[in-house]
Write a protein that binds this ligand. Structure first.
Ligand code: 5AD
Ligand code: SF4
Length: 499
């Protein structure tokens, strides 16, 4: 059972929803099974219509997914989304603690929330997510105007808080379960995330996730397949399986329900209507041949693998506690390229881990040069609370780290631009996402390789179209769709080289 660590942190002040006497509901009372016999929804009668919320999300896809759940939950409670914070009775932040920049940005946003609350004390301010989890009760010490704080495992507790007439600030920080059972408001009707696990059993020295999201817990495969079926019936064509370490999925499941990540991919692939399966993030140590082969053998599994490198030097990888060295990483890459020569490979790289020497950094450059990633997320190391790397002496000056970052970005972009040229002259299946951001006369979509394509021609959001690729940069492709063409039939097997 989770903690009710609500404390009377301030003079009693009503921040409830004004619907009568106190009813602090336990989750089973607040949540009920929906008519489709699986997902739960918040029961209607508690809804307090015409209230508005504003939610700001920081961080990774896992957080964006949690925010979709939060929005779905709030809307079933009768809240509508406000365009700006000053129009909202409920101001929420779903926080990240992976990078210092996000912390700093959060402080600025919270400052605005504080000002709005001083003008209208009835506003409720909530802070969820990883940063909140890492701070726990200190959220209230640092930001005494916050009314409710909760970690990533307690999104449903927000509903409990809002439907109670609690007059004290509340903090909920113990992992209690997945948000999978909560209603969701998807950003796009045809794409969805499926959270397959939470937490992480690795002990990477720089990473805060094990302390914020706890040990790895997998959801049973049958539940995930049922969710994929529901989503497909609801018009979803592309799913992204989410977890901190997706490919160690299933190891914690009881033997009666054991399934490996590759087996899970096959089960989701068999769901009628799901045309594209993506996943993020795998750990190189768990990137086994069966998963790599799944990309070749299963029609829906996309031609994209995100394989976080973090550093090219074996000494730094050891200090990071990544449990693989440069050689083993490169072996993985070789196996991937052997089975899937055309696959898009992307990565995460940290520059300036404490004590990283110039020679060690050059090893990262060498790996980036050799692998030729299709793209990379690059981070300057930043010390995080409760991580072992935060305790390490760090003699490398910040300017040196910045300069290393520039050199790395230059290599990544140059190699990505070169590798991108393989798409020019091909007719590719593109899932249309909407209008191009820079040119409203063009459409924007994504290939199975996860490349953004801007193109002219017919197409509606959610449709698959064939696009003839005419040019490519390190980040985007450009081309045109022919009005006379049949819509694309999902699946790479029909993709062909133009003559
Ligand atoms: N400093 C810099 N980058 C980090 N990442 C995780 N923790 C840190 C940190 N303390 C990066 C890693 C990870 C990605 C999601 O964020 O590269 O893969
Ligand atoms: Fe996501 Fe990690 Fe940030 Fe948490 S700390 S929101 S898991 S990136």
């Amino acid at each position: 059972m989770g903690c009710h660590c609500g404390r009377a942190r301030r003079a009693a002040r009503r921040i409830g929803n004004g619907r009568g006497p106190c009813r602090l509901l336990s989750p089973p009372a607040a949540l009920g099974a929906d008519a489709r016999g699986g997902a739960a929804t918040i029961l209607g009668p508690m809804a307090s219509p015409s209230k508005a919320y504003h939610l700001t999300t920081f961080g990774c896809q896992m957080n964006e997914h949690d925010s979709e759940r939060m929005k779905g939950m709030l809307e079933s409670l009768g809240y509508g989304e406000a365009d700006s914070r000053d129009q909202a009775e409920l101001i929420l932040f779903n926080t990240c603690s992976i990078r210092e920049k996000a912390d700093n940005r959060l402080a600025g946003h919270l400052g605005e929330a504080k000002r709005l609350k001083s003008e209208d004390p009835d506003k409720v301010i909530g802070v969820g997510g990883c940063w909140s989890q890492s701070m726990k009760e200190r959220v209230f010490e640092q930001f005494p105007f916050v009314d409710v704080a909760f970690g990533p495992g307690q999104v449903h507790r927000l509903a409990e808080f809002l439907t109670s007439d609690s007059i004290t600030a509340q903090g909920y920080f113990e992992f209690e379960g997945f948000t999978g059972h909560l209603p969701m408001r998807r950003a796009r009707d045809f794409q969805a995330w499926i959270q397959i696990s939470v937490g992480c059993n690795c002990k990477c020295a720089y990473c805060i996730v094990p302390s914020t999201r706890g040990r790895e817990v997998s959801r049973p495969a049958a539940e995930l397949v049922a969710e994929a079926r529901r989503l497909a019936a609801d018009g979803v064509r592309e799913v992204t399986l989410l977890g901190q370490n997706v490919n160690s999925y299933g190891r914690d499941l009881p033997s009666s329900a054991k399934a490996s990540f590759a087996e899970l991919l096959a089960m989701v692939d068999a769901v009628e209507g799901i045309d594209r399966i993506r996943y993020t993030s795998p750990h190189p140590k768990d990137m086994r041949e069966d998963v790599i082969r799944a990309h070749a053998e299963l029609e829906s599994v996309c031609e994209h693998i995100h394989l976080p490198l973090q550093a090219g030097s074996s000494r730094v990888l050891k200090a990071m506690r990544r449990t693989y060295d440069r050689g083993r990483y490169m072996d993985r890459v070789a196996m991937i390229r052997d089975v899937l020569p055309d696959v898009a490979l992307t990565t995460d790289i940290i520059v300036g881990f404490p004590g990283e020497t110039e020679a060690e950094f050059c090893e990262t450059l060498e790996v980036a040069e050799q692998v030729a990633y299709d793209s990379a997320f690059t981070f300057v190391f930043s010390p995080r609370r409760e991580t072992t790397a935060a305790e390490l002496a760090d003699p490398v000056a910040h300017d040196v780290k910045r300069e290393r970052m520039q050199r790395l970005v230059e290599v990544v972009q140059r190699r990505a631009a070169e590798r991108s040229q393989r798409f020019v002259g091909r007719r590719m299946e593109v899932l249309v996402e909407g209008r191009s951001r820079n040119d409203p006369d063009r459409l924007r979509g994504r290939t199975r390789h996860n490349k953004t394509v801007n193109f002219t021609g017919p197409g509606e959001a959610g449709e698959m179209v064939w696009v003839d690729i005419e040019s490519a940069t390190s980040t985007t492709l450009a081309g045109h769709a022919d009005a006379a063409d049949e819509p694309a039939i999902p699946g790479r097997l029909v993709e062909r080289q133009l003559t």
